[in-house]
Design a protein around this ligand. Structure first.
Ligand code: BG6
Length: 491
């Protein structure tokens, strides 16, 4: 439990201080940690960017980011303390000599440093070089890498090698913000502390698994960037594969970072590769066209501002993933994620095999037992059981019944923290369990590359779907051919 741990002071240097991530997520989360008294006395935050800002300009920008993105009134006393931690250093990372400016701020108080690379990945090498030249990479220092690390196995290796030249693996914290979400953290508790699940979480009892990460937003002014990567690289390579690996991992023998990562890695390495022959059987790629969202007309992907009309980039993907190991062999894991779907909603659904020796003649009408783990929003868990309908009827009449757990109701006094609050804090504490190892990243890319290459070699069809719907029809067919269907999400 992080809150009881000893707080150590750090200098947190944020490269990309002017960027969206910093304003929307990092600063509000750090301020929230201040409110919770989780920042140690001497911790400082040093924004780095090309802007010609003085300390006081940066402090002003930070204050307005907190107001805008935390949606909270500034508490005078807290702000006073937080403000005193803020510094700014004007550096253009393209000029190695600029890094010397950090000396004045960092060496004044001689503390360990955490560098946060909240910048495009093509700058990581330059930043590392600058930090190396002025010795801001001592063995006590750490570095946080924002996703994506690469856009293929080859490029991710290149980035990992560059960063690895300056920092050791134990100093590198690769962020996947899904790993900081309360509901993802709870998966370990759910699977490994509840014997009713512990003994039933394998191919003998599980029929199949569905993981959905749906977004109602479109491309939000970043068309040019998104078009080069697509939904598979943006969401599946990281978030969905991380969720899959936690859902499928075997019980670790302890909760240490290395042990957990090794178990997750085994899953990622057991994923059946997708190739030219099976790509159409196992994947569906889609792109949204013009549609409606809450009664409002919304443009199609290729009609967005700055779009190229003949773009072949996917905004939706559905995959049947197969884990070829002894625990999961034969159990399909269906993944789907897309932009411009009806609502923002992420869930994991575990379907259990039917027990059909008593009620076999009725089996077709009885739905499978399932656990629906709602990751966001309305975080919670629903368990669906089969119950006898009360009454005097001598025949058994059965119906599905829902048992419901809601975080909001069961943990009224507790707040669900933003994932960045937790991840920043874990990095301050030096705990790596919620960060992604180099091996995991590379295993994920290897699998994703197999899909992307197969699409390219096969000239796989891009299925169109109307914005505001649950994706192309082919996505339902992916399950239908195995007599299954996507869990119905109520909007
Ligand atoms: C990011 C993706 O990693 O995750 C975005 O780059 C996506 O495209 C976002 O919108 C979704 O995160 P969350 O936490 O809002 O589900």
């Amino acid at each position: 439990m992080v809150f009881s741990q000893k707080k150590i002071s750090y200098d947190l240097v944020i490269f990309g201080a002017k960027g969206d991530l910093s304003k929307r997520k990092l600063i509000p989360s750090l301020y929230q940690l201040e409110i919770l008294n989780q920042l140690s006395e001497n911790t400082r935050i040093i924004g780095v960017g090309r802007a010609e800002w003085k300390k006081k300009d940066y402090r002003k920008i930070v204050k307005s980011s907190i107001k805008e993105f935390l949606n909270k009134k500034i508490i005078k006393k807290i702000w006073k303390k937080f403000k005193s931690r803020l510094y700014f250093c004007n550096i253009d990372v393209n000029h190695i000599s600029h890094f010397s400016k950090l000396k004045k701020i960092l060496f004044k108080k001689k503390k360990n440093i955490i560098h946060y690379f909240a910048m495009p990945q093509n700058t990581f090498g330059k930043i590392c070089k600058g930090l190396g030249k002025y010795k801001f990479n001592s063995s006590q220092d750490r570095v946080i890498l924002e996703k994506p690390v690469g856009n293929s196995l080859k490029t991710s290796k290149k980035i990992n090698n560059i960063v690895g030249n300056y920092f050791q693996e134990k100093q590198i914290f690769r962020i996947d913000h899904y790993l900081g979400k309360e509901t993802i953290l709870n998966l370990i508790a759910l699977k490994f502390y509840n014997s009713i699940f512990f003994n039933n979480w394998n191919k003998n009892t599980v029929d199949h698994v569905q993981i959905t990460v749906a977004e109602e937003v479109g491309i939000e002014g970043r068309w040019g960037y998104f078009d080069k990567i697509g939904q598979t690289r943006d969401m599946v390579q990281n978030h969905l594969l991380q969720i899959l690996s936690i859902v499928a991992m075997s019980p670790p023998h302890n909760l240490k970072a290395d042990t957990i990562k090794k178990e997750k890695l085994k899953i990622l390495r057991s994923l059946r590769m997708i190739n030219k022959k099976n790509v159409n059987l196992y994947t569906v790629r889609g792109q949204y066209t013009q549609g409606f969202y809450q009664g409002k007309k919304i443009p199609g992907y290729i009609d967005e501002i700055g779009a190229i009309k003949n773009s072949n980039t996917e905004t939706f993907i559905a995959i049947q993933a197969n884990i070829d190991n002894k625990e999961w062999n034969g159990v399909p894991f269906y993944l789907r994620t897309g932009k411009r779907l009806p609502i923002k909603h992420s869930e994991i659904v575990i379907y259990f095999k039917p027990v059909n020796y008593l009620f076999s003649e009725k089996i077709n009408n009885i739905p499978l037992n399932k656990i629906v783990i709602r990751l966001q929003p309305n975080e919670g868990i629903d368990i669906f059981i089969i119950n006898k309908i009360p009454g005097l009827d001598s025949n058994y009449k059965l119906r599905e019944v829902k048992l419901k757990f809601d975080y909001k109701k069961s943990f009224k006094k507790f707040r669900l923290c933003d994932s960045y609050e937790r991840l920043l804090l874990e990095c301050f504490l030096g705990i790596q369990s919620l960060f992604v190892s180099r091996n995991e990243i590379e295993a994920s890319w290897k699998w994703i590359d197999s899909i992307l290459n197969a699409w390219e070699n096969n000239k796989s069809k891009l299925e169109l779907y109307k914005a505001g719907t649950w994706g192309p029809k082919a996505s339902s067919n992916l399950l239908k051919k195995n007599n299954k269907s996507w869990n119905k999400i109520i909007c």
